[in-house]
Write a protein that binds this ligand. Structure first.
Ligand SMILES: Nc1ncnc2c1ncn2[C@@H]1O[C@H](COP(=O)(O)OP(=O)(O)OP(=O)(O)O)[C@@H](O)[C@H]1O
Length: 507
């Protein structure tokens, strides 16, 4: 981190490039065609506003059209989606049948966004797509799957559930398997997709093309290479820095207790100076997300929450309202960190410093997309400085300080803290934690697990762990005692020898 003096202004609004775009129309089409795309598809790309191929598109489309597997790693907002949607549509148009392509993605919102790209670019084909994600009616999805859509866009958990429970559709003739945000899908952590991926990989043919994309592929490259075995083509954008140049990256050092006052001040400033800007605030937990939203609402900010404890329909509605600028502020957990493409987002605020650099890269990548400018501000407490260093090391860039006039923050400090406490009490009254527990149980039931049995198993595991720990400690203590005893004996012997020597000398 480097301190920069003076008050920092948010970046200027991006310039519109309308005239330039008209002049480039012919070139744009020719450039897409030069990659091997058919005229109708190049024209469709132009019509939906894809000016000219971005580097990841230029590099990956030709090898995919040649039938090769592809691993594409390019910065956030660089057009990776079209880099797989376009060649898939081209091959599909030559020999259309369903189910031709399966796209897997980690979040439900992202699945719908990808489906939309397939729909607009594949409109001349009369493309049939099907989105299969959790939280929605399984029967309706099964029915849609049985109608053989050309493209299925799914989150792994729900698709695996369908594969386990139904035989009304088959993925055996699949030509393309796409893993968007591939590193996240293969990562083992809190939402582990490993078991579901196993079921899916069993159901798809070995002879297929596999396309893997992410902005942070390199971290899990070896595991990913195992999936793409068909003359795999790896492409990574050449760049020292892992975030886009158009992104102004800042940090704000704040004591934990006054974090919210800084946040309110920041939002007020952005709202006063740039009424039309949209802001995403990332929080660590669902509860934080909910409390902050309640708090900002009390200050009449146009905010809306998005987190995994909301019902799926509420999640979609929240995102739609934010996308259409009915609400200008989205407060979200990391469910919104990857992939979401909302051009109006000019500011990302990290209410907590992300524990992993790659989460930081994806979060801040929700702004400054497709050549636009944006600013990301990370609130850093004294306990998070090491995390910022890790982020800086990963992105190969020093974050600059975002200065604010502290007297404004001090003015609202007490009021903000009181409001936060009020919201927390209100939330406790709504049994938020209890609901979380209920949701966990529901999820387990959906996964075919017995929640009571799981709880028992967990308790037993904890007991065994405790016993093991006690046992280890006992062994340690015994060893220590033995050592001390040996030492004592050694000393005693030494003393005895010395006494004997003295006695001899005295004689
Ligand atoms: N050739 C192009 N010309 C102009 N705009 C483009 C082009 N390709 C893609 N875009 C636009 O760029 C934006 C970002 O694209 P996309 O969502 O595919 O990025 P991404 O690389 O997948 O980002 P992330 O890593 O965050 O998921 C979209 O709004 C898309 O319409």
């Amino acid at each position: 981190m480097r301190r920069a003096g003076g008050r920092t202004r948010p970046p200027a609004r991006p310039v519109t490039r309308g005239r330039k775009r008209r002049v480039q129309t012919g070139t744009a089409m020719a450039e897409f065609r030069a990659l091997g795309l058919a005229p109708w598809l190049a024209e469709q790309a132009r019509q939906v506003g894809l000016n000219r191929p971005t580097p990841v598109q230029a590099a990956c489309i030709p090898p995919v059209l040649q039938g090769r597997d592809c691993l594409g790693c390019a910065k956030t907002g660089s057009g990776k989606t079209a880099a797989f949607v376009l060649p898939v549509l081209q091959v599909l148009s030559e020999d259309p049948y369903g189910i031709f392509c399966l796209v897997l993605t980690p979040t439900r919102e992202l699945a719908y966004q990808i489906a939309e790209q397939f729909r607009v670019l594949g409109k001349p084909l009369g493309l049939k797509d099907c989105v299969v994600v959790g939280g929605l009616d399984m029967v309706a999805q099964a029915l849609e799957l049985s109608r053989k859509p050309h493209v299925v866009i799914a989150t792994p958990g729900r698709l695996a559930d369908h594969l386990r429970s139904s035989n009304t559709f088959s993925l055996k003739k699949l030509k393309f398997l796409v893993l968007d945000e591939a590193d996240r899908l293969l990562e083992q952590g809190c939402a582990d997709f490993t078991a579901d991926l196993e079921v899916i990989l069993e159901a798809v043919p070995a002879r297929r093309q596999t396309l893997l994309f992410s902005a942070t592929l390199t971290d899990t490259l070896n595991e990913l290479k195992g999936l793409a075995a068909n003359r795999p083509f790896f492409w990574e954008a050449v760049s020292e820095v892992r975030t886009v140049d158009e992104l102004d990256q800042r940090y704000l050092l704040v004591p934990e207790a006054v974090k919210d006052a800084y946040l309110v001040h920041l939002i007020q400033t952005f709202q006063d100076e740039h009424e039309d800007w949209s802001i995403i605030i990332f929080t660590k937990t669902c509860k934080d997300c909910q409390v902050l939203n309640m708090m900002l609402r009390k200050y009449n900010f146009p905010s809306i929450a998005l987190h995994s404890m909301m019902k799926q329909r509420q999640r979609f509605a929240a995102l739609a309202k934010f996308k259409s600028s009915i609400f200008k502020i989205l407060i979200a957990t990391d469910v919104a960190a990857r992939g979401l493409d909302i051009p109006t987002v000019q500011v990302v605020i990290n209410h907590n410093t992300p524990g992993l650099p790659k989460i930081y890269i994806h979060r801040v990548g929700r702004t400054a997309r497709a050549g636009r400018k944006g600013i990301a501000i990370t609130l850093v407490t004294q306990y998070d400085i090491h995390l910022v260093h890790a982020i800086e090391e990963e992105i190969k860039l020093k974050l600059q300080e975002f200065s604010v006039e502290e007297r404004f923050v001090l003015d609202i400090l007490t009021q903000v803290n009181v409001t936060r406490r009020e919201c927390e009490i209100e939330l406790e009254g709504m049994d938020f934690d209890e609901k979380k527990e209920i949701n966990k149980r529901k999820q387990m039931i959906l996964e075919g697990k017995d929640p009571d049995l799981e709880a028992k198993r967990k308790a037993e595991l904890a007991k065994i762990k405790k016993k093991n720990k006690q046992c280890r400690e006992k062994v340690q203590q015994t060893l220590q005692k033995k050592k001390q005893l040996q030492l004592k004996r050694k000393l005693q012997k030494k003393m005895e020898r010395r006494n004997k020597l003295h006695a001899k000398e005295e004689k």
